[in-house]
Ligand binder design. Structure first.
Ligand code: ADP
Ligand code: MG
Length: 377
């Protein structure tokens, strides 16, 4: 029997340190983290910088999350507390998702992808998966197959960050009866080592669509999704079939409004699309948090892809990233409100047990899909 677990989405906030540039420009820090779960935001209002340093409590906004990390917390600490517990679940055949949400410059890419010195959640998770697999393989008779895909949602289109650009036109979302939404036509890479995945990540990240905007020259206008699939054979809970775990890790594009980045022309269209995806994400979070029966997943590519991760068959961690500076007050407040709403979302994760029969039915689905494609061509 497949195990099932009902839980809420786990929401963590990470407030990055002020940058050197911000310090030298007298940017004041208005975001404080207490007790590992409280975030306190001071309203700078329209007054001068020294006003909020008086710590007027009436200007404070307090939020409580599952976890909160201040400027001193490194990514390893964040990883250990948020994503690491999910890895065990993935090896047991569950779906899990970690996504970073926040405005441009708040630290999403730093948290998810990171740098060679401070590797992000994606690297650390994959490393942990390989470690976990090695331990089980050493112990007994089980075998694993691990595959990865890396895709971006840009302008409401999918782009394969691991594959050839000439296949981009045919990428679209499909539903798999066992593992949920997936991007059809995408390159699935069988991987044997962490290094291979890292190469995929580095290579793919360089291919990401980044455009200069007035707000941040390296601002990414795309959502990047790394998915790692782990198929486990020979487990006593399903000896004749397999356990199918999937870990999705998402570095979202900036959540700020298009108007604030002074975008025009093409860039505005991209901004509108990014907002469409993020607006849809917000609407889905609202609907799920209020227990509404209708959730508008179909309104954007991003929400269709994340359907399982939000309120479906998945264990989900949201990492809301915030900038500490007083100039980011509105964005930070929006992010914290958003994250606060997401806390109410319930998910129902169940172990994905694939029996030999289901394998056959999966192939039948795949064949039906291909027939449809041929009919359209
Ligand atoms: P985003 O992806 O949200 O637009 P980035 O991850 O690119 O933002 O972060 C913006 C800048 O801040 C980068 O230069 C990054 O290295 C730095 N940064 C972000 N988070 C941290 C952190 N926790 N510690 C140190 N530097 C950080
Ligand atoms: Mg980024």
């Amino acid at each position: 029997m497949a195990e099932e677990e009902v839980a809420r989405i786990s929401v963590a906030v990470r407030c990055r340190p002020l940058s050197e540039h911000e310090r030298s420009n007298m940017v004041q820090s208005i975001c404080r983290v207490m007790d590992g779960r409280l975030v306190i935001l001071l309203d700078p209002g329209a007054s001068a910088a020294h006003d909020y340093l008086r710590q007027d409590k009436s200007k404070e906004k307090r939020f409580a999350f599952d976890q909160a990390f201040g400027p001193d917390a490194d990514t390893k600490t964040l990883f250990t507390a948020t994503a690491e517990p999910l890895i065990k679940s993935v090896l047991q055949g569950y779906n899990a998702t970690v996504f970073a949400y926040g405005s441009t410059g708040a630290g999403k890419t730093f948290t998810m992808i990171g740098t060679p010195v401070e590797p992000g959640i994606m690297f650390r998770s994959v490393e942990e998966i390989f470690k976990g697999v090695a331990t089980v393989v050493d112990e007994g008779t089980e075998s694993f197959s691990i595959s990865c895909s890396f895709v971006e949602v840009y302008n409401e289109n999918f782009r394969d960050l691991a594959g050839n650009s000439d296949r981009e036109g045919i990428l679209d979302l499909r539903e798999d009866p066992v593992s949920g939404s997936y991007v059809a036509g995408i390159r699935e890479i069988q991987t044997e080592s962490v290094q291979e995945v890292m190469d995929l990540l580095q290579h793919g990240n360089q291919r990401r669509t980044t455009e200069p905007t007035a707000m941040n020259v390296t601002s990414s206008r795309s959502h990047a999704v790394l998915q790692v699939r782990v198929e486990r054979k020979g487990n006593p809970s399903n000896p004749s079939g397999s356990l199918l775990g999937k870990l999705s890790m998402i570095d979202l594009a900036g959540s700020e409004r298009a108007a604030e980045t002074k975008n025009q022309g093409v860039r505005l269209l991209e901004g509108a699309n990014i907002n469409r995806s993020l607006l849809a994400l917000g609407n889905c979070i609202n609907a799920l948090a209020s227990g509404s029966h209708f959730v508008p997943y179909r309104d954007s590519k991003l929400t269709r892809l994340l359907k399982d991760s939000l309120g479906g068959n998945c264990k989900t961690v949201m990492i809301a990233t915030t900038s500490p500076g007083h100039l980011s007050y509105e964005d930070t407040l929006n992010t914290l409100k958003y994250a606060n709403r997401a806390k109410n979302i319930r998910v129902r994760a169940k172990q994905n047990l694939v029996t030999p029969d289901e394998h056959v039915s999966q192939y039948e689905h795949a064949i039906a899909d291909l027939r449809n494609e041929v009919a359209i061509l």
